[in-house]
Design a binder for this molecule. Structure first.
Ligand code: FE2
Ligand code: FE2
Length: 273
């Protein structure tokens, strides 16, 4: 595996972690993120928290837990609104906890992107977008939504842009990669909970991975209890999901983005117990 280069002041170092699943995921994030942030001189930590509350959804408690554990920004996905009270929470904390931008704007609480400023003043925008292939719900076109976001960026100053595309189909994520290469600094996929081995820098300078993988227990089926998951495949009777027990592992990528050009200069997958 590629070794991690020494931190350069020229670059913004970003750690992005995939879907945190329940308590094992939250505990793994608590154990891993702060020490790594310090050891590797990470400037910005982004974590997908859409499964942080009981394996489905997020609530104020789990969002604040992730923030306390070192997340600067939390992104979500199809489970964004599963928990009670989350609409009010997102409206109040939209500066650091964002939901997919292509939910209908007029009727959806919270925001689909946020701004973050590094200690040296480097401007970063983080956007969350959801795919439509094999995903339920009526959402707007992610590609057109991305165009609107890109058109809204300030023209005269450099700005680092990072997107979490929460989608099922690898083809849709790769299509977004081709659509945004050279326009985004970093594009990372979430939702399938299994880390892909295609972390790379695209020809235009956008860092990319199809899926970060999850942060949760590896003993089950994508973070959920194996017995229940199997029962759902083998029997017609309803079986509510339960979070898999056991020690959590965090999965994601570590990337260095040039502060001036906004291009990714280093990207590597990340797994840590
Ligand atoms: Fe999801
Ligand atoms: Fe998920």
């Amino acid at each position: 595996m590629t070794s991690i280069p020494a931190k350069s002041a020229q670059n913004l170092r970003v750690l992005v972690l995939g879907d945190v699943v329940g308590r094992p995921g939250r505990q793994a994030v608590e154990r891993v993120v702060r020490p790594i942030k310090e050891r590797l001189e990470v400037d910005l930590v982004i974590i997908n928290g859409e499964n942080s509350a009981g394996g489905a959804g997020i609530d104020a408690g789990t969002a604040l837990d992730l923030k306390k554990s070192g997340a600067d920004i939390i992104t979500l996905g199809d489970h964004a609104f599963q928990r009670k009270g989350v609409a009010e929470f997102l409206d109040k904390n939209a500066a650091w906890c964002i939901r997919p931008c292509n939910f209908p704007e007029e009727t959806t609480p919270g925001r689909g992107w946020c701004a973050w400023t590094a200690e040296d003043g480097t401007q970063v925008r983080v956007i969350n977008v959801m795919g439509r292939v094999f995903m339920g719900g009526s959402i707007d076109c992610p590609f057109r939504c991305m165009n609107t976001f890109l058109a809204s960026l300030p023209k005269d100053s450099s700005c680092i842009t990072i997107c979490d595309i929460h989608a099922e189909a690898t083809s849709e994520k790769w299509a977004m990669a081709r659509h945004t290469d050279g326009k985004l600094s970093l594009l990372v996929g979430t939702h399938t909970h299994v880390q892909t081995s295609d972390a790379q820098i695209l020809p235009g300078g956008t860092g990319y991975i199809t899926d970060l993988g999850m942060s949760g227990s590896n003993t089950g089926v994508i973070g959920m209890d194996a017995k229940v998951a199997l029962r759902r495949f083998l029997a017609p009777t309803p079986a509510p999901y339960e979070v898999a027990e056991g020690e959590g592992i965090v999965h994601g990528v570590l990337a260095d983005i040039d502060r001036k050009s906004g291009k990714t200069v280093f990207i590597r997958t990340f797994q840590e117990r």
